[in-house]
Write a protein that binds this ligand. Structure first.
Ligand SMILES: CC(C)(COP(=O)(O)OP(=O)(O)OC[C@H]1O[C@@H](n2cnc3c(N)ncnc32)[C@H](O)[C@@H]1O)[C@@H](O)C(=O)NCCC(=O)NCCS
Ligand SMILES: Nc1ncnc2c1ncn2[C@@H]1O[C@H](COP(=O)(O)OP(=O)(O)OP(=O)(O)O)[C@@H](O)[C@H]1O
Length: 282
């Protein structure tokens, strides 16, 4: 599949995700959730700035001719680090899409590589991601090579404290929360796209050890709590019911009061949208 088409699909996924409302704690068109330093316009600036990055990630995958896919990942990671700078320039130094740059860049690169020889298939792309990222968590969390005198990121801290592998573990496993989880879930949803995507976000919230949520809650006890909230939401009928909509509006307020957010789940929703658009199920 052409790099241009993959890049446009990735960018569309960023824009679809941010327009979904009401998302607990996250930026949406109505409020900035628990993020005072950004709003929907910041996200639009960020999404617009990232198109050349996704094109470059697609081109890297489309032209990669080596045998060791770890080398392709090294290329993608360098492009991703440059894209982070592009994002910070576009957003006045606010982190809007750091996790999405990483996860979606990998997905675009892997899709383009897979489509050198095959028609698009989500499971085929997942296998490429797994082959490409073998050993990623071991590599990144290596005690010998990590400089612990530097400030640690939330992901690094949580690995040391709880052994949780966060976005790296999810990526290395080929994004199973999406490919075996939220994507099949989204395919089964009915109703407006807003409702289907809100339900999918909440599905992800119950499944994910989101390092952004844990960091802000300062405790892993937030994970069983959010799972209960999700169960309650679906028991009320989910986003297609007015009780479910009211529940989400209240949950957004309680997220804002506690300064909680679901940044990692938002990224996984973006990835779900990307695959759904490519396979034509959204
Ligand atoms: C791996 C990335 C995302 C950086 O991770 P970092 O440790 O800085 O952040 P952290 O782990 O706290 O999370 C980053 C983001 O991932 C997303 N996220 C959180 N949890 C999850 C999850 N379970 N699944 C998917 N995404 C998640 C969120 O958006 C979060 O903000 C990426 O930015 C990167 O590779 N940066 C360069 C780092 C680098 O070069 N390392 C070299 C080491 S040798
Ligand atoms: N609508 C949204 N879509 C995607 N991500 C969102 C949205 N709203 C908020 N975020 C996420 O919130 C995160 C920023 O939250 P926060 O300021 O807590 O993180 P940070 O300290 O900059 O970095 P880290 O995520 O590494 O902890 C970003 O990763 C951003 O992805």
């Amino acid at each position: 599949m052409a790099a241009q088409k993959l890049a446009q699909t990735a960018q569309t996924a960023l824009l679809y995700e941010v327009i979904v409302w009401p998302k607990p704690g996250l930026v949406d068109p109505v409020d900035s959730g628990s993020h005072q330093d950004m709003d929907i316009f910041t996200f639009m600036n960020s999404a617009v700035s990232l198109l050349p990055y996704f094109q470059a990630a697609g081109q890297a995958g489309q032209t990669f001719a080596g045998t060791d896919l770890w080398e392709l990942f090294q290329q993608l990671r360098q492009l991703g680090q440059d894209a982070e700078q592009t994002m910070f320039l576009a957003t006045n130094q606010v982190n809007t899409h750091k996790g999405a740059i990483f996860s979606l860049g990998i997905a675009v690169g892997a899709t383009a590589y897979y489509c050198q020889q095959h028609d698009f298939s989500v499971l085929g792309v997942q296998q490429v991601v797994r082959n490409m990222l073998k050993g990623l968590t071991k590599h990144d969390f290596n005690e010998q090579t990590t400089d612990f005198s530097q400030t640690l990121t939330a992901g690094q801290k949580q690995y040391r404290q709880y052994g949780m592998t966060g976005v790296r573990g999810e990526a290395e496993a080929g994004f199973p929360s999406v490919v075996q989880g939220s994507l099949p879930f989204l395919r089964r949803q009915t109703g407006y796209r807003q409702q289907r995507l809100l339900n999918t976000l909440m599905f992800l919230a119950a499944q994910t050890a989101d390092s952004n949520l844990i960091k802000r809650a300062q405790s892993v006890a937030v994970l069983p709590w959010i799972k209960q909230q999700v169960e309650h939401f679906f028991a009320l009928g989910g986003a297609r019911s007015s009780a479910g909509q009211d529940f989400l509006t209240d949950l957004n307020q309680s997220f804002i009061q506690r300064n909680l957010s679901l940044g990692g789940c938002a990224d996984l929703l973006i990835l779900t949208i990307y695959f759904a658009l490519l396979e034509g199920s959204l």
